[in-house]
Write a protein that binds this ligand. Structure first.
Ligand code: NAP
Length: 484
């Protein structure tokens, strides 16, 4: 069934659904949401590992136009966030716009509209495309010699194998990022042994997580302003971190808290403390939060291995010191192939220009949303919109304002599309890179997925999120060209 619509939205996570709601509310109901999976939720559908939760406070990690007074914790867990997105879908009547099982393989601009092709051979024609697949959804599985010969179970944290009963198993966990520190304490009590392969020790802070009492939830229901105030307080507190990110010397205060936490937790285990003390400035990699990770690592059935992984055998993992660690299950908590959200998709813009070629030296956009030569293509969470301190939902919401204003402008001028001017895009990216130069992400002494192979930071927004919101509230027309 080929369709022609005004807007094709790709992905039904926070980005896709957020764009859909804003379009619907603005009276632009002529859109479809193309989703490769069989239900909505994006990362909150895919990640079902034990302990999966958000490390941004729920009052802020939700849409301002759809507050949820019923969050049961201040850091909601995955099932609740997924349910929030499902309920949003119903509440805004988005079900009939959803097209499941549509894995997009190609986008081509034909001069007046986009041809959106999916793997099943379906084609949607649309004047505008909202690309909402997110930068962190293709699992990164390291190529380790011998992995094919391993006779046990192997899976990635974002593709958790719930059929694999871990009780009594000898489990290897590879990676110590935001995902691993959430599931390690959950599986530790049930496995026979847990060998944690750590390449880089992360900074961990206690998580101020607690239940939201029923009374408070009822107050939020009755007085939405109270919840809005709570959201504003959380927002303001989080933004205070930005000053430290941009002037890393200031991060010493937070690093002091993290060091004190390490000292407290490992007073009796100097061996573990040495292994778990990071060697870079806090904030250079995402700051992790957990109340039970360190405690889990102290348990008798856990070993933290810091020697590099050499290879995998049929029955274990061999490290650089020659030791074979016998296991029957390997869980990769090794993160995602960042920025490859569009990697499997052939995108052809004006005059046959290919996004792959334009981005050969790394992805760049204007305000992380539009790319010169690709009219009416709006990327949600595009290059340099990532955050280390606050809610991506806030950034997504900012981008949806930009989207609505762009469509309004196109209509108001009787144009076909809005295309970004290359010189403006370049100037914007020079500014972004200059602002990132002294930042903790670039100078904090770590190797992170924030930086690409050439050491360029193509992921992080270099400042306050309210600055991003201000700049995306309206389209600055001189930055663009109207295509007729
Ligand atoms: P991640 O932060 O990229 O961490 C990956 C881990 O795997 C790191 O410890 C990394 O070590 C290790 N690793 C990668 N390749 C390896 C290899 N070849 N050998 C050994 N170790 C290897 O991935 P993630 O934990 O899945 O989190 C990804 C992102 O998802 C987060 O930064 C965050 O944005 C998001 N997330 C958010 C939440 C939340 O609460 N909101 C929860 C989970 C995830 P190195 O440090 O040495 O590279």
């Amino acid at each position: 069934m080929n369709e022609t619509v005004d807007v094709a939205i790709v992905g039904s996570g926070f980005a896709g659904l957020g764009a859909a709601v804003r379009l619907a509310e603005a009276g632009r109901g002529d859109f479809v949401i193309l989703e490769k999976g069989e239900s909505v939720g994006g990362t909150w559908r895919d990640n079902t590992y034990p302990g999966c939760a958000c490390d941004v406070q729920s009052h802020l990690y939700s849409f301002s136009f759809a507050p949820n007074p019923n969050w049961t914790r201040n850091f909601a867990r995955q099932p609740e966030i997924r349910a929030y997105l499902e309920s949003l879908t119903d509440r805004y009547g988005l079900r009939d716009r959803l097209r499941f099982g549509r894995e997009i393989t190609g986008l081509e601009w034909d001069g007046s509209r986009w041809e959106v092709r999916s793997a099943d051979g379906e084609v949607v024609h649309a004047r505008a495309v909202v690309w909402g697949t997110g930068p962190l959804h293709i699992p990164s599985l390291p190529e380790i010699e011998g992995l094919d010969e391993f006779t046990g179970a192997v899976f990635h944290s974002s593709r958790w194998d719930h059929d694999r009963d871990l009780r009594g198993r000898r489990v290897a966990v590879i990676g110590t990022g935001a995902s691993a520190i959430q599931f390690v304490p959950q599986i530790q009590p049930e496995v026979a042994s847990l060998t944690l392969f750590q390449r880089t020790a992360p900074w961990v802070l206690p998580k101020p997580d607690r239940e939201i009492p029923g009374l408070l939830r009822r107050i939020y229901q009755a007085l939405p302003l109270v919840q809005r105030l709570q959201r504003a307080i959380i927002y303001g507190r989080n933004e205070m971190l930005v000053g430290g990110f941009l002037k890393p010397a200031r991060m010493k205060i937070i690093e002091g808290f993290a060091r004190a936490y390490l000292d407290r937790k490992f007073a009796d285990r100097p061996d573990l403390k040495a292994k778990l003390t990071p060697d870079f400035t806090i904030g250079c990699k995402r700051i992790l939060m957990s109340n039970d990770y360190y405690s889990a690592l102290k348990r008798d059935n856990v070993a933290v291995v810091t020697d590099g992984i050499e290879r995998v055998t049929a029955t274990g993992v061999v490290t650089a010191d020659g030791v074979e660690h016998e296991v029957d299950t390997i869980i990769f908590g090794t993160g995602f192939r960042v920025g490859e959200g569009m990697g499997t998709v052939a995108v052809t813009g004006r005059d046959g220009v290919k996004l792959d070629d334009v981005w050969a030296d790394g992805p760049e956009a204007l305000l992380g949303t539009t790319v010169a030569g690709f009219p009416n293509l709006f990327m949600m969470i595009g290059p340099n919109t990532g955050l280390g301190h606050s809610s991506m939902v806030y950034m997504i919401e900012s981008q949806t304002s930009f989207l609505l204003d762009a469509l309004r402008l196109v209509d108001a001028h009787g144009a076909t599309a809005l295309d970004t001017r290359r010189d403006r895009q370049d100037a914007f990216n020079v500014e972004v890179q200059r602002r990132l130069e002294g930042s903790v992400w670039n100078t904090g002494g770590c190797k992170s997925w924030y930086l690409d192979a050439q050491g360029n930071n193509r992921t992080v927004w270099p400042g306050y999120t309210f600055d991003y919101r201000r700049r995306t509230r309206k389209v600055n027309l001189p930055d663009h060209e109207l295509v007729h």
